[in-house]
Ligand binder design. Structure first.
Ligand code: ATP
Length: 356
């Protein structure tokens, strides 16, 4: 229902914030725009909302181009990270406000009925008489979302809506947002730079870097089948271990361990390995403690996170991380052996494109 085609945005100072974006978003989908600061997430949102004009390219809602259409005529609900509530109005007045202005304004009693209905859906009825200054951040954000929904938009755009909330509340409100937008069935685009938030809430994620879509995919695919080195590094915590390795015959050669290409899973190759230099990516969970190890190391330090423990060690000239069960009781200074699950490693070309 949302088609974005060759969308480009060059700002007045010549900065190319979006390079040529193509996206197709289905009706009712909950999509996250994810990526590091400055990658162009807010620019896309503002282009969708009509707060900015594109340099070139097209955006269509239900096959109708909205380029040049006034923001008010796009049938969009917008929610910002700073809530933008009117401080002198009560919650009820804030929620009613968009229905009492503009071309399609409703009578006072219609606006009241609609506000009541949506305040029930978002469970803020009991806050009706409060002023924004008398509420917590989470409550204010709920009011801001209700004010966006009361206009019955076809599309809901949320720009980092949880970033002013503490960690616990973020978890709670993101679950609420997902439940709510799925209940209403509204197409939702949610901007965040937090990969965990995106993984937990989205139907699909648009992962961006430097104005380019790196991968548009279901959350588990971004983690398990990264398209390139940027995606592999961005998704996952701890960050994936990477090693520059040279191809010598049928081996990717490293100082402490090498990878025998003949032992790799033939079905996972996307291309032949016919270059000299590669980057091998191994997630922390794919170094397995072993009695028949591929290599042995001394543990430099450990980080306990609960059920799991992160082990830090040097291998192939780089500080590396492995995750192990805390029950293994590995301690600093201990010598251990690791094996590698060849089915779960990644191989990237020097330009970042994944080949295995
Ligand atoms: P963040 O997570 O920090 O909000 P973002 O991914 O939303 O980042 P955008 O706000 O879309 O990033 O900005 C994309 C790039 O365009 C950034 O490098 C930014 O500095 C630049 N930019 C944004 N607005 C303007 C402007 N009005 N003029 C010039 N450059 C701009």
């Amino acid at each position: 229902m949302i088609h974005i085609e060759k969308l480009k945005k060059v700002y007045d100072n010549g900065y190319e914030a979006l390079k040529s974006i193509d996206l197709e978003i289905n009706e009712g989908e909950l999509i996250c725009l994810l990526g590091p600061s400055g990658c162009g997430k807010t620019t896309i949102l503002n282009l969708l909302a009509g707060l900015l004009d594109p340099t070139s390219g097209d955006i269509r809602f239900d096959n109708e181009s909205i380029i040049g259409k006034h923001p008010k005529d796009r049938n969009i609900g917008l929610v910002f990270q700073n809530y933008a509530l009117y401080p002198h109005m009560s919650v009820l007045e804030n929620v009613m406000f968009p229905l009492t202005v503009g071309k399609n304004k409703k009578t006072k009693s219609e606006a009241f009925e609609a506000a009541k209905k949506y305040m029930k859906v978002t469970s803020i009825e009991e806050l009706a008489d409060k002023k924004p200054g008398e509420m917590s951040g989470g409550q204010q954000q709920r009011v801001a979302i209700t004010r966006a929904l009361v206009q019955n938009p076809k599309i809901l755009l949320l720009d980092e809506p949880l970033s002013n909330l503490d960690a616990r509340l973020r978890l709670k409100i993101r679950e609420e947002i997902r439940r709510l937008v799925k209940e209403i069935g509204i197409t939702t685009i949610f901007v965040t730079h937090d990969q965990e938030e995106a993984l937990s809430i989205s139907d699909r994620i648009v992962l961006m870097n430097q104005g380019i879509v790196q991968q548009f995919d279901m959350p588990q695919n971004l983690y398990l089948e990264p398209a390139n080195l940027f995606v592999a590094k961005f998704m996952g915590n701890p960050i994936i271990n990477t090693y520059e390795m040279k191809k010598e015959g049928n081996v990717l050669k490293g100082d402490d361990f090498s990878i025998d290409i003949n032992l790799l899973n033939k079905n996972r190759f996307k291309d032949e390995l016919n270059e000299e230099n590669y980057v091998v990516g191994i997630r922390a969970e794919y170094f397995e403690l072993s009695k028949n190890p591929l290599f042995r190391v001394k543990i430099e330090s450990t980080e306990l996170i609960g059920k799991d423990c992160i082990l830090n060690f040097y291998v192939n000239g780089k500080i590396s991380k492995s995750v192990t069960d805390t029950h293994n009781k590995i301690t600093e200074g201990e010598g251990v052996g690791f094996d590698i699950d060849y089915n779960s490693i990644y191989i990237f070309k020097e330009n970042g494109v994944r080949v295995y």
